[in-house]
Design a protein around this ligand. Structure first.
Ligand SMILES: [Ca+2]
Ligand SMILES: [Ca+2]
Ligand SMILES: [Ca+2]
Length: 215
């Protein structure tokens, strides 16, 4: 027995009725019909929560809480309103395409297997900064100690045209963002008269634009 069935024929530009041939006979079967229904998923995942953005040196590290929907598919992460990672499976991301000194705002959405996307999470901001090198505050000559020669060098630089310090910000004894006479005097006062310590304390601190010199 052979049965051939063709549907949707066209002849001379016109549709042809459905035709079946069987053992040399041509019949025009009545097509049965069936129906089915699809209930579409229009429910997006919950809005991601707990987004944090931690700034580093040339990097921002992002983390947020996991979504728990059964049909959760991926996250979409945006920086300043533009998607930077469109299909993220992990609830964390490291953004290295950032510049120090700029502030960035991040949001994340969750998308399910049906393509439904949640609203954006609350924004998290971060400003990556260069960390700078370690300095002993007040150590003009970078020998990892502060003594009278450091204070004298401040006066020499300010008034006698002597060698400039490699880390001027580390010599701002009174923390007023200016390097002047009062800083040299402040250092001498601390060294010999029991005066107040350097505004940045006595331990190694990281100062932007300065090199490492604590050891
Ligand atoms: Ca996470
Ligand atoms: Ca020194
Ligand atoms: Ca000062």
């Amino acid at each position: 027995m052979s049965l051939a069935y063709r549907e949707g024929l066209a002849g001379q530009g016109r549709p042809v009725e459905n035709v079946a041939t069987w053992e040399g006979m041509t019949i025009r079967p009545r097509l049965g019909s069936c129906s089915f229904s699809v209930v579409p998923d229009v429910t997006p995942p919950a809005i991601p929560t707990g987004l944090t953005a931690e700034a580093g040196d040339g990097v921002v590290t992002l983390d947020w809480n996991d979504n728990t929907e059964d049909d959760f598919d991926y996250y979409s992460l945006s920086r300043n309103g533009s998607v930077i990672a469109g299909v993220l499976l992990d609830s964390a991301y490291t953004d290295e395409a950032v510049e120090n000194g700029s502030t960035y705002s991040y949001t994340v959405t969750a998308v399910d297997a049906g393509g439904n996307e949640s609203d954006s999470s609350a924004a998290a901001e971060a400003t990556p900064e260069a960390l700078g090198g370690g300095q002993i505050p007040g150590d003009f000559n970078q020998d990892a100690g502060v003594d009278i020669s450091d204070a004298i060098s401040v006066f020499g630089y300010l008034f006698l045209g002597r060698t400039a310090p490699d880390c001027p910000a580390g010599l701002d004894f009174n923390g007023d963002s200016a390097l002047d006479l009062s800083d040299g005097i402040g250092a001498l006062n601390w060294l010999f008269q029991g005066g107040p310590a350097h505004a940045l304390g006595g331990d190694c601190v990281q100062i932007i634009d300065c090199q490492d010199s604590c050891n």
